[in-house]
Design a protein around this ligand. Sequence first.
Ligand SMILES: Cc1cc2nc3c(=O)[nH]c(=O)nc-3n(C[C@H](O)[C@H](O)[C@H](O)COP(=O)(O)OP(=O)(O)OC[C@H]3O[C@@H](n4cnc5c(N)ncnc54)[C@H](O)[C@@H]3O)c2cc1C
Length: 529
Amino acid sequence: MSSQYDVLALGAGHNGLTAAAYLAKAGKKVLVLERKAWPGGGVVTREINTPGYWHDEHSSVHIMIQGNPLIRDDELGLIARFGLKYRYGTPYAMIFSDQTTLVAYKDLDRTCEGIAKISPRDADTYRRFAERAIQMLPMFSAGLYAPPLPLGAFVAMMDQNDEGREILDAMQRSSLDLARQYFESEKVRIWLLRLVSENLQLPDELGTGFGMFLMPGLMHGYGVSQPIGGSGRLTEALVRCIEHHGGEVRCNAEVRKVLTSGGRAVGLELTTGEQLRAKDAVIAALHPHVLRRFVAGVPEPVLQRAERTTLAAFSIMVSHYDLKEPIRYHAGGEVEDAIMLEFMASDRLSDMLDDFDALRRGRISERVLGAGGDESIGDPSRVPPGCGLFHGITFAPYDLEAGGAARWDEIREEMGERSLRHYQRFVKNLTADNIIRRTIVTPLDHARNMPTSMPGGDVHGLAPYFYQTAGHRPTPDLSQYTVPGVERLYLVGPFMHPGGGVYGAGRATAIRVFDDLSIDFEKVVAAHS
Ligand SMILES: Cc1cc2nc3c(=O)[nH]c(=O)nc-3n(C[C@H](O)[C@H](O)[C@H](O)COP(=O)(O)OP(=O)(O)OC[C@H]3O[C@@H](n4cnc5c(N)ncnc54)[C@H](O)[C@@H]3O)c2cc1C
């Protein structure tokens, strides 16, 4: 067994890369191993169909990472030195079925002017919500990008004042409950509930109320962004950073097990049989459901609790279109630059709730819960000159009531056509004469693509329910990024605190490793190297 590395990482998703990059900056010799032919996991931009058309294969919107000191303070120099550039567009818009629109700008006043056209009272309420959420951002941020407090301590802390109690309350209520309590207009309710459901949450799920604060706070506080060139530019900047500090990222290197000795992780074994040794730490993108397969020595009750964690109620299907010309909307140009754009099949709240109910039950409903946009409109580098690219998202169950997940391969194109018909109600030119090629990616494809981080097609790793959040995510045993029974093994992934999405959550894993190795995190991030 060779022993040239201090730190090994299983998986070159953006979280594994983030953790590895901090450790490389600290002077550790790191090697990141990736089973695919390219790094990035769910943060990848590739020419999927036609040369010159750069599609975000999975994530495209970077919201949560904007509050992370990784980006906010550019701790690793990703922006200043390693080529990452963000574009801040209009954060969020909705086109209703009657082709009217409601737009959230970063500017709160401008947003409230739009809401006031539907309901002046809701505009006032929204302003109060958003202002309060912006005030709370520093508190949210302090807890989101570092190891979480134990849940008991977190609850005791929040219970000390009205502001904290309000958050605790929202963390246990549903977004539907809050929308009904505070807002009078059906359209404003739908607009907010769809925004919160972007986190793959049903509006009536208890615990989703927190998103009613967090999302407006993030939109108006930090803004919503996409890297210029696509989501994968974040991955590329992280790889450059690791290499700059002497680390390596090796692709086509699938790990089959974590090597242990004397209750400690000492290396990784590839499917080829090659064994690599880590002197200080092993970082692994291993979902609680697959831990048993990769690591020996974890106590049985810990594994059983890990395997009881709950996946999100539904997943998404993605449609990638290469176009001869950019998208045009019936609703006009106001929504063209929206980074998150929802297309509503019905403007009745009860219809939308029925559609979410169908998802929960594994059914395909007649109406589509769909979103999408042409990312080349704000970033022409994504397409050949004058062309367009459409990225369509349709909420979809993973485990279909009729036929289970395996049926997705059979209904892929049929579902693609159904989504296309829905998008065509809102997009003027998503038509045969404009479409060059399309690729449909199903929930089953996500599970196949990311077997150790998104089983069951859960693109956010695990549902963000209160019982598996903060100091209990994914379970109390595993919440500190460490694994009982196996010292020096650390976890990264969307199933860890703070949750799924492009968060740069590997920073928190790195902080935990730094603590165990007695390295001063603040000193390392402050160093210019
Ligand atoms: C279709 C889709 C759309 C999304 N849209 C958004 C969005 O717009 N905004 C947002 O914030 N989030 C979005 N997400 C979620 C986001 O992509 C994930 O939360 C994020 O990528 C998780 O990052 P990660 O690094 O923790 O894990 P992953 O990205 O899953 O990375 C894990 C890596 O480990 C590798 N790996 C796994 N097993 C092995 C092994 N045995 N050996 C070696 N390597 C291995 C995988 O190949 C992968 O590269 C989306 C996800 C999907 C699927």
